[in-house]
Design a protein around this ligand. Sequence first.
Ligand code: PGA
Length: 234
Amino acid sequence: MKKIVFDNYKVMSRAAADIVAQAVRAKSDIVLGLPTGSTPVGMYDELAKDYAEGKVDFSKAVSFNLDEYAGLDGAHPQSYRYFMEQHLFGRVNIARGNTHVPDGVAKDLDKAAKEFDAKIFQKGGIDLFVLGIGQNGHIGFNEPAASMPAYTHVVELAEDTIAANSRLFDDISEVPKRAVTQGLATIMQAKKIILLSSGPAKREAIAKIDSGIITLDCPATVLHMHRDITLLLC
Ligand code: PGA
């Protein structure tokens, strides 16, 4: 596991965007794994800037997002599909048909989750995954637990995740209690992973990774088992 500590959020975001843009230039039909949340916003801004300046072309790129709230459709302003439209998809030339966000309103969420993994497999797997991390060490919505499904699945959100994410809703009661998330095995099968973390709220989770102990109490610690992972921290 490699670790790079940056002076501030802006330079970390630029470095993350460089890694993504470079990977897209190297493989135009790249398959990207993408996160939502506050942390990657700066990276998406930089990628939008790169696209506007003609430095990167997403026309053949394919993307698979980490997760989505159950019960929110893509038109809902708090849905992750909506977030991706605002922060990346609507600002670059990625083909909408090539973008995949788990369907939070599928009639059969379990079946849709299985199909999501099958689609990743069909596309040849994820080349580069960009991850964020929760205060409780979750990646995607893989919350601390004694055990968890390996692949994309429906999950009950932890109370601390609901509390952390309530800042984006009018009221905590509006935060969905369930979500669909890629599983840790889905994520770990990516060829290359970068994880972004910014600010003191994440320090405890990062310290658990630093301890070198793997535990599902901090799901991000499984990333030690990946052979090409870089933490970008500030
Ligand atoms: P954040 O969320 O980037 O908004 O802190 C990350 C996460 O919960 O995975």
